[in-house]
Ligand binder design. Structure first.
Ligand code: PMP
Length: 409
């Protein structure tokens, strides 16, 4: 081999920290990921992660669909494909929503939607309205674009629209980000009346709404509500007049690992999103989209029923155990669907410190503070009920109750 005559490299020369762009410097790793590392030990009961229950995944059906897709499409199933997405899947989604396929874009997980919509709409210093608390992953996606967060007050019915009205009179905002159904992290749902008011207010003030709805189909009690997007179609006269960007996902209603999701929005937004997605990943994996298209009619409805029934049972069990084991002064939300609930401890208690005690007793949760864009929430925590068995819920909630009593003593 000929020796390359390269100058000796000074290994200490490259200062990566100095090399990172201003956007990269605003990235931080998720507080949850760090906690998940502690909870990976075998006998830890973890209510921390937000994982769908793996024992419910339709393995056999996915395997069969993969074979069907390969037989039907041959090499095309493994070829590059259009940025907009697999047409049969877009058509299925658009028919269901009563809109045109031109208003539907397939995405690589709704996490990609948060990133790319952030890229398209958030300029340095733009005011972005977020719930307090809000989905941590959205903050991670938006942060590099330099938003100025404004927190919206909320109660058991979700965003407080009276307070929002006052807020919008005092200040301009570009974007409102909300998870109206079974919110991550609180499990709360925005009431119908508030949905209408929120749409009127944001339309009047020219604020674009990003509706993140990965859990909407997972309702286990109460009445189904129309999405903000559906309501906006009726209130404002069709998809081209809606100021709502709807973000849907197959992660929680089918499987998360295929990374298939979609956006419904007015065509100018979709057009720009196509350009952003070309630069990000060209398209969502062809094969995965074809598999999902194969399953939406045949497997997804029954899958949703199973998931709803199991999560409902787990949520009710967790709430009953909390009511039995948690001391007075500790409150929790009562979600009607989704995967999470939210616990508030007496003021002054710090759930980051509580986590250490709880982990010693073999149970983990996520402290609430990281879910607040502007700080606060040190006495709150998030529990996930989706992937624990009833027996684990019993032992885990009893242990958490003990840890809370100890911390209060
Ligand atoms: N939005 C919310 C509110 C979520 O909870 C999640 C997943 N934890 C996502 C978006 C991202 O989901 P996915 O990328 O799997 O569609």
């Amino acid at each position: 081999m000929t020796a390359l005559n390269l100058p000796a490299l000074d290994r200490s020369a490259l200062d990566w920290d100095a090399a990172f762009s201003p956007q990269a410097r605003r990235l931080s790793s998720s507080a949850i990921r760090e906690i998940l590392k502690i909870t990976q030990s075998q006998d830890m009961i973890s209510f921390a992660g937000g994982l769908p229950a793996p024992e419910l995944f339709p393995l056999r059906e996915v395997r069969e669909a993969a074979n069907t897709v390969l037989d039907r499409y041959g090499p095309a199933a493994l070829q590059y494909s259009s940025t907009e997405g697999h047409l049969p899947l877009r058509e299925w989604l658009s028919a269901r929503a009563g809109i045109d396929a031109a208003n539907v874009q397939i995405m690589t997980g709704s996490q990609q939607t948060l990133d790319l919509v952030g890229k398209l709409l958030i300029g340095e210093g733009d005011a972005v309205l977020v719930e307090a608390p809000t989905y941590l992953g959205a903050l991670q996606s938006f942060n590099p674009y330099g938003p100025k967060y404004v927190q919206m007050a909320a109660d058991d019915e979700g965003i407080d629209v009276d307070a929002l009205e006052g807020l919008l009179e005092r200040q301009r905002a570009k974007l409102l980000y909300a998870v109206p159904n079974f919110q991550n992290p609180t499990g709360r749902t925005l009431s119908l009346e508030r949905r209408r008011r929120l749409l009127e207010l944001t339309a009047r003030h020219g604020v674009i709404v990003l509706e993140d709805d990965p859990y909407g189909a997972l309702r286990f009690s109460g009445e189904a509500l129309p999405s903000l997007y559906e309501l906006s179609l009726k209130m404002f006269g069709g998809p081209e007049h809606s100021h709502v960007i709807y973000s849907g996902s197959f992660s929680k209603v089918l499987v998360p690992g295929l990374r298939d999701a979609w956006v419904q929005a007015a065509s100018p937004l979709i057009g720009k999103l196509v350009q952003a997605k070309q630069g990000a990943d060209l398209h969502t994996p062809t094969f995965n989209q074809m598999i999902v298209a194969e399953l939406v009619e045949t497997v997804m409805p029954a899958q949703i029923e199973r998931v709803r029934a199991v999560y409902g049972e787990r949520a009710r069990h967790m709430m009953a155990q909390m009511d039995a084991h948690f001391p007075a002064g500790v409150t929790h939300t009562s979600p009607q669907g989704g995967m999470f609930l939210w616990v508030t401890l007496p003021q002054g208690l710090d759930t980051a410190a509580l986590l250490k005690r709880a982990v010693e007793r073999g149970v983990a949760f996520v402290p609430g503070a990281p879910f607040f864009a502007l700080g606060g929430g040190h006495n709150t925590l998030r529990l996930s009920f989706s992937s624990a068995t009833l027996e684990q819920i019993e032992r885990g909630i009893a242990a958490l109750g003990q840890s809370i009593r100890e911390a209060l003593a």
